[in-house]
Design a protein around this ligand. Sequence first.
Ligand SMILES: [Zn+2]
Length: 426
Amino acid sequence: MNLLRFGSVGPQVELLQLALQREGALREAPDGIFGARTRAAVTGFQRRRGLAADGIVGKETWQALTPWLTGFRTVTIRHGDTFYKLAVRWGVSLRSVETANPGVDPLNLQPGQKLVLPLPFEVVPTTIRFTSTVLAFCMQGLAARYPFLDTDSAGQSVLGRPLSLLRFGRGRNAVFFNASHHANEWITTPLLLRFLERLCAAFAAGQAVGGVNAGELAERSTLCLLPLVNPDGVDLVTGELTTEDRAYGEALAMNGGQAGFPENWKANIRGVDLNLQYPAGWEDARRIKFSQGYTKPGPRDYVGSAPLTEPESRAVYDYSLRNPFDLTLSYHTQGQVIYWKYDGFDPPDSERIGRRLAALSGYALERTPEESAYAGYKDWFIQQFDRPGYTVEAGLGTAPLPLSRFEEIYRANEPLLAYAMIATAR
Ligand SMILES: [Zn+2]
């Protein structure tokens, strides 16, 4: 993590303030600037931890704050400790301690033994801008708190960021949910991660999520989640990449003076639209987008020089070929609409399941408009496997949708996501 000084701005300051709020050092509402209130909170935290209390956030302070970003800490058992005592001492539920330490015999704890202690808040932040750094903390935290989750990577982005994967469940029915092919639609990333976290918590507690028992979901299905298909583009939009980064300057040059940089950026960091890269009517997509004037790398709608030239879409394609899923959802914003069709294909049950997804979310079920009817992930998935694949356009408004809409968008999608996990299960 970067060194932050008084007066700094950007997503790392939001992350810092989130950690300080969760830890209790910052009680007032943060304002996104490393200002006087945040400085006082940092200095107070540093004093309590015996760190140099100079108000500057360097490596040591970030390290000390990490548990409030990942949502867990590692504790060493002392003589006489029990799960119950630890839970009381840290203000967390006994179940969360048991869930995070499945191989440990609670009646036979040994002094010196290490335990994972979940902290009393949800890992996935939904009040700060999302970045690849935030995702890395979520991956670490969710994996530690819910050891039944598998984590993996489907490949790397242009800038070398991992295309992180999470896998839940052990059922034969395999489904794949992905988000943020488009950079300025990044609100879909915390949307899917929030669902996964609620799913895991419900599974551990023997409860339901989105109206379906989580144990049943785990038994019948395996959910593979790729929450951030376009990490570089998202980092550009949310401010993780700054004017000091070469990639920022190159994107700015490709943007060609168009308004709204970087927040209107949809493409990957090389200016290629990742959802116009799949080999399903790619030539048609090219013809349509070229006729609209999108003939070279830029913020949106450039199809690339050929299908699958970009490592992100190539990785999603390869991953899907290795794992022939029964159903897929690709999350975008916006429109409150679900697209289910590709060309003349009519996968078995696809329209019926689509109607149910629409009823559960209150979204409309529609055919894709002609100008965006080709070369998307769902188009290729349907063509390749002849199985149900959907694009969900979440929320209403102009991308990037504000986080103030997050809870409302999540509520609409939770039952849809739970049902999509078992819609094709037999
Ligand atoms: Zn999109």
